[in-house]
Write a new protein. Structure first.
Length: 277
């Protein structure tokens, strides 16, 4: 298959591109910069929101799209999330009209808002950040496109990601940076909240396998299916990487939209992964 990957130069995107190529797929990688993308991929440097019409002809042999492109994903209340909603929709509408019907879009657990316990595809959404609001609005809008253009829509909902930690903007990358600067302590929350963590390399496999198939559609949680406290996860990270820096607990309050524990129901993605093996 030939897969169009948008946002291919990003933290998740470059790993998705590599997994697809390693598993004998052709990839057309797009982004505003592609310096981190595997050299085996066909590359197209383009701003999808500005000049896409002149490039649509290059997409006509595409079998599926994995839409990862998103501005300021780590800045949850950036106004750009709201400004870009219609641009994401217009791009996906345009590629659907030229024949790309297998469309896969990255979602987020932040669509849900405050929630305690397991999240499944029927869990009500009540986002409380611009990021969550924008993703949720796009997801709801694409339901209309799904019907009007008869697309195979998969909304791949992502949770908390780690791995490849020098190349992201997570707490793990910040700890590595402080260690290298010689800091002895890292200011931290209580660390008692529990999250669903997934390694970015495993996530790339999940996203790729979910996108290549069309039997299981709708919301698909790409997650581990279990909750681990932030404290335990970070302490394990310190040990695994032989870091000397110590956590300074209780310096920062927990975020208001973080619940005591949440995790995703991973039954769909387990079925997809198992069928692909």
């Amino acid at each position: 298959m030939k897969i169009l990957v948008t946002g291919a130069n990003g933290y998740i995107g470059k790993n998705v591109v590599k997994w697809l190529l390693d598993n004998k797929n052709d990839v057309l990688a797009t982004d505003i910069n592609l310096d981190k993308v595997d050299e085996r991929a066909e590359k197209l440097v383009v701003n999808l929101f500005e000049n896409i019409d002149e490039h649509l002809e290059k997409f006509k042999d595409i079998d599926a799209c994995i839409h990862l492109a998103w501005r300021n994903g780590f800045v949850h209340n950036s106004i750009t999330h709201l400004q870009d909603i219609s641009k994401h929709y217009e791009f996906l509408e345009k590629i659907s009209k030229i024949g790309i019907k297998n469309i896969n879009v990255i979602g987020t657990m932040h669509e849900i808002g405050y929630w305690e316990g397991e999240i499944n595809e029927d869990t009500p959404t009540n986002p409380i950040s611009f990021y969550g609001i924008a993703k949720n609005t796009l997801r709801q809008s694409l339901k209309i496109l799904e019907k009007s253009e008869n697309i195979e829509l998969k909304w791949l909902r992502v949770y908390y990601i780690q791995g490849d930690d020098r190349n992201n903007n997570s707490i793990f990358s910040k700890i590595l940076q402080k260690e290298e600067e010689g800091a002895e302590k890292f200011p931290f929350t209580t660390g008692i909240n529990k999250y669903d963590f997934i390694n970015v390399f495993k996530l790339a496999e999940m996203i790729s396998k979910a996108s290549l198939q069309t039997e299981i559609k709708g919301i698909i949680n790409c997650c581990s299916g279990k909750a681990i406290s932030l404290k335990d996860k970070v302490e394990s990270f310190l040990l695994e990487n032989n870091l000397k820096i110590k956590l300074e607990y209780g310096v920062f309050p927990d975020r208001e939209y973080d619940s005591p524990a949440l995790w995703g129901n991973n039954e769909k993605i387990k079925e997809i992964i198992n069928e692909g093996e």
